[in-house]
Design a protein around this ligand. Structure first.
Ligand SMILES: O=C(O)C(=O)C[C@H](O)[C@H](O)COP(=O)(O)O
Length: 205
């Protein structure tokens, strides 16, 4: 199994994290891992993000990656901070070439057939489907999956605890991403652990 497949099959839900304060990193990661979610996507959307990746990487059992990686500069910074996988909202040639050269598991975002075909040209068959709900939801994913039968997805964007099971039931979906597991605001570790446990119990196809 390729490293990106192993990552995508390791958990039904990859929590998408927007952490403002690096002091919250360890309690959030501990709550997620103890709830059963081990692959953690820290978005590079806050000034604290690289410190958050470093801090979360010290939590036993956590596999910490970076999200919102937009270019090769972000990629280098994320890998330098210890990111073990890379997620991007889109797919560009420069980022894809840099990510492939780095060897780090890489999940670029696609929303159209043309995006997927550019990914295939680079030898990729695993993608984030983003923004999943806004780009047409499960109906759109089913239509895209038909001509690209070897491709597998991690739909992300607008997915909730309630809708995740429908996505996960589709054979082209290995996992989903979502921010619902860690609500915005001051983190409540007990609540995060409960949300993580519920997410970790969801069935993967
Ligand atoms: O930051 C990135 O790299 C993104 O591509 C966006 C996130 O994956 C989505 O914003 C998560 O979506 P929600 O679960 O609806 O909050």
């Amino acid at each position: 199994m390729s490293p990106i497949d192993a990552l995508m099959r390791s958990v039904p839900v990859i929590p998408v994290l927007v952490v403002e304060d690096a002091a919250d990193a360890v309690p959030i990661a501990e709550a997620l891992v103890s709830g059963g979610l081990t692959a953690l996507e820290v978005t590079l959307r806050t000034p604290a993000a690289l410190d958050v990746i470093r801090a979360m990487s010290s939590v036993e059992g956590a596999v910490v990656g970076a999200g919102t990686v937009l270019n090769a500069r972000d990629l280098d910074a994320a890998i330098g901070a210890g990111a073990k996988f890379i997620v991007s909202p889109g797919l560009t040639a420069p980022l894809t070439e840099a990510a492939t050269a780095s060897g780090v598991p890489y999940l670029p975002g696609v929303a159209t057939s043309a995006d997927i075909m550019r990914g295939l040209d680079h030898g990729l068959e695993r993608f984030k489907f983003f923004p999943a709900e806004a780009a047409g939801g499960l109906k759109a994913l089913k239509a895209l999956a038909a001509p690209f039968h070897r491709v597998r997805f991690c739909p992300t964007g607008g997915i909730t605890e309630t809708t995740a099971p429908d996505w996960l039931a589709h054979p082209s979906v290995l996992c989903v991403g979502g921010s619902w597991v860690v609500p915005a605001g001051k983190p409540d570790p007990a609540a995060i652990r409960r949300l993580a446990q519920a997410a970790a119990r969801l069935r993967q196809a």
